[in-house]
Write a protein that binds this ligand. Structure first.
Ligand SMILES: Cc1cc2nc3c(=O)[nH]c(=O)nc-3n(C[C@H](O)[C@H](O)[C@H](O)COP(=O)(O)OP(=O)(O)OC[C@H]3O[C@@H](n4cnc5c(N)ncnc54)[C@H](O)[C@@H]3O)c2cc1C
Length: 471
C-alpha cells in the first residue's frame, strides 16, 4: 500500500523533477544513519531542493498532505537530530544542493550563505578576502551553515565571538506553511517585536527550514599562536583562564584535556607527546595578535609568569604553523580517539557556570565511580565556555547493550548533578532525539510550556522534524 509520504514524493517528482526528488535506496542509504551510527531511520524519498522557491513548494505541499519533513545538512548531529524516525513515513529534506555563497562584502564584513554551504568552504572564502568566520569545530569539513544555525553550534572559539546566535545577522527561512521569512536585509536595529531569526536559531528544524543566513565576519588577526600547558587539575586550569582573561582579550580558545584523553589522542594519531613529562591535565590555548604584540610573545610572557607562580607545571608555544595545526588536530580528534582507545562510553555535552566546573567535575567523578565501580569518568573540552564533553567509559562493565541499560541510569544521574550545579544538559550539540526525554524530565516548566506553545502555533500539523527537540 502506498503511504501519504510515497504519494507526496511522487507528486513532488512530477513537479520538481528527479534532480530534486529520488526514492532510490542507494541514494537515500548514506543519510538514514547518524554520524555516530547510533540511530537509523527510514524515509520515503530524499528531496534535495536547489532554491528557496523549491523549498517553499516542498514545505507547502508537505503541510497540505500532513507528511513530515526531516531537514538535514551535513548529517554531523551528535544527538540524532537529522535522522528520520525508524517507522519512516517522512521525506528527508537535504539542503546540501543549496550551497552558494550569495555574496561576501568585505567592507560590511558580512557573507550571505545558503544553508548547504559547508563551514570550511566559508572559512576559505573569507580568508581569500582577508577576513574570517570566527567559528570552528571538528566537523567543519561536513557541517553546513543551515545545520550550524539550527543547532546554535559552538565549537572551539566561542570564548571571544560567541556561538552561532551571536554571528547571525539575519536569516531567510521557509516556515511550516510554506511562507518565506526574509530577514537578510541586514538591519542593525529592528524592534518590530519577536525575532523570528533568533527563534529559528537552535530550533533544530522544528519550526521551519533555514535556507540562507547573513553571517558576521571578522578581520583577520595580525597573527595567531597555540600553546599547550601541563597543569594539575581543573581548578588550576580555571585559575589560569581567569588570569589570562584579566590580562588580555586575545584568548579565543581554552580547551581542557585530561591526561588519559591526551594519551588516547596521541596513540590515535601516532603523535609524540608535546611536553617532556606527563601532567594530570592539559590546556590548549589559542590566542590571536592585535598588531601590538605578537600573540606568541604574549602567550610566552603570560605563561612564563604562570609558570613562575606555580600555576602551571610546563608549557609549549607552537613554533610553527604545522605544530599549531598538529595540536588542534589532536584536540579535534579526541572524540574518535576516545572511542577507539576506551570503547563504549556515555557521552554528555553539558555546561555549568565556568566557575562551578572544577567542583562539578570532582563531584561527578567521585559519585559516578563510587556508584558504578569499574567505570571511568573523564571530561575534556571547552572549559572557557563552561562546556565539557563528559564521558563515562564503560571499561570493565561494558557490553553491547550497556549504553541502553545501565548507561541510561548513568546519563540520568549525571544530568541530575548538572542541574544541581545550575547547568544545562545540552551545551552545544542540541537535544535531537537523544535528549528529548531528559529535557521533558528536567526542563523548567515555563520553558517547556513556551516551547510547546510556539511549536503548536507555528507548526500546527507537526510536519517539521517530529520527534526531535520539543518534548
Ligand atoms: C567530529 C565532530 C565534532 C563536532 N564538534 C562540535 C563542536 O565543537 N561544537 C558544536 O556545537 N557541535 C559540534 N559537532 C556537532 C555538529 O557538527 C553540529 O551540530 C553542526 O552544527 C551540525 O551541522 P550539520 O550541517 O551537519 O547539521 P545536521 O546534522 O544535518 O542537522 C543538525 C540539526 O539541524 C537541522 N537542520 C539542518 N539543516 C537545517 C536547515 N537548513 N534548516 C532547518 N533545520 C536544519 C536538522 O534537522 C538537525 O536537527 C561536532 C560533530 C562532529 C561529527
Amino acid at each position: 500500500m502506498t503511504s501519504a509520504a510515497d504519494r507526496l514524493a511522487h507528486e513532488l517528482l512530477g513537479r520538481l523533477g528527479d534532480k530534486v526528488v529520488t526514492s532510490d535506496r542507494a541514494a537515500l542509504a548514506p543519510w538514514l544513519t547518524d554520524w555516530r551510527g547510533r540511530w537509523t531511520g527510514e524515509a520515503a524519498a530524499l528531496v534535495q531542493p536547489g532554491s528557496t522557491e523549491e523549498v517553499s513548494t516542498i514545505v507547502a505541499a508537505a503541510n497540505e498532505a500532513g507528511v513530515p519533513l526531516v531537514p538535514q545538512g551535513g548529517n554531523t548531529s551528535m544527538v540524532g537530530g537529522a535522522t528520520p524516525p525508524e517507522e519512516g513515513g517522512v521525506l528527508l529534506l537535504s539542503l546540501r544542493r543549496m550551497n552558494r555563497i550569495r555574496s561576501l562584502d568585505e567592507h560590511a564584513r558580512v557573507a550571505v550563505c545558503e544553508s548547504g554551504v559547508v563551514l570550511e568552504t566559508l572559512h576559505e572564502a573569507a580568508t581569500a578576502r582577508g577576513l574570517r568566520f570566527p567559528l570552528t569545530l571538528g566537523s567543519k569539513g561536513s557541517a553546513t551553515i543551515g545545520g550550524l544555525v539550527s543547532t546554535n553550534a559552538g565549537g572551539t572559539q566561542v570564548l571571544r565571538f560567541g556561538t552561532m546566535r551571536g554571528l547571525v545577522a539575519g536569516l531567510e527561512a521557509v516556515l511550516p506553511d510554506g511562507s518565506v521569512h526574509d530577514g537578510l536585509s541586514g538591519l542593525k536595529k529592528d524592534n518590530r517585536g519577536f525575532s523570528l531569526d533568533q527563534l529559528l536559531i537552535g530550533a533544530e528544524g522544528t519550526l521551519g527550514v533555514v535556507t540562507a543566513a547573513r553571517l558576521k565576519l571578522a578581520v583577520q588577526p595580525a597573527d595567531h599562536a597555540t600553546a599547550l600547558c601541563g597543569l594539575e587539575d581543573p581548578a588550576a586550569a580555571l585559575a589560569l583562564l581567569q588570569r589570562l582573561e584579566g590580562e588580555t582579550d586575545q584568548v579565543e580558545g581554552f580547551e581542557l584535556i585530561p591526561h588519559d584523553s591526551l594519551e588516547a589522542g596521541l596513540r590515535h594519531l601516532s603523535m609524540k607527546a608535546p611536553l617532556a613529562r606527563a601532567h594530570g591535565h592539559y590546556v590548549l590555548i589559542e590566542a590571536t595578535g592585535n598588531g601590538d604584540e605578537p600573540s606568541a610573545t604574549l602567550l610566552e610572557r603570560l605563561l612564563g609568569e604562570a609558570l613562575a607562580d606555580g600555576l602551571i607545571a610546563d608549557a609549549t608555544v607552537a613554533a610553527t604553523e604545522a605544530k599549531s595545526a598538529a595540536l588542534w588536530r589532536l584536540r579535534d580528534g579526541l572524540s574518535d580517539a576516545e572511542k577507539q582507545v576506551y570503547g563504549l562510553a556515555t557521552q554528555h555535552d553539558i555546561s555549568v557556570p565556568v566557575e562551578a566546573m572544577p567542583a562539578f567535575l570532582e563531584e561527578v567523578e567521585d559519585k559516578v565511580e563510587a556508584r558504578w565501580p569499574g567505570v571511568d569518568v573523564s571530561g575534556y573540552g571547552h572549559l572557557g565556555d563552561g562546556n565539557i564533553h563528559l564521558h563515562v567509559r564503560a571499561m570493565t562493565r561494558g557490553s553491547d547493550d550497556w549504553r541502553e541499560g545501565e548507561g541510561v541510569e548513568i546519563e540520568r544521574f549525571v544530568h541530575d548533578l548538572v542541574v544541581a550545579h545550575g547547568g544545562s544538559i545540552s551545551a552545544e550539540h542540541g537535544i535531537g532525539q537523544m535528549k528529548r526525554d531528559e529535557l521533558a524530565r528536567l526542563g523548567e516548566p515555563a520553558r517547556l510550556h513556551a516551547m510547546r506553545a510556539i511549536k503548536a502555533a507555528l507548526d500546527p500539523n507537526g510536519i517539521m522534524n517530529p520527534g526531535k527537540l520539543v518534548p
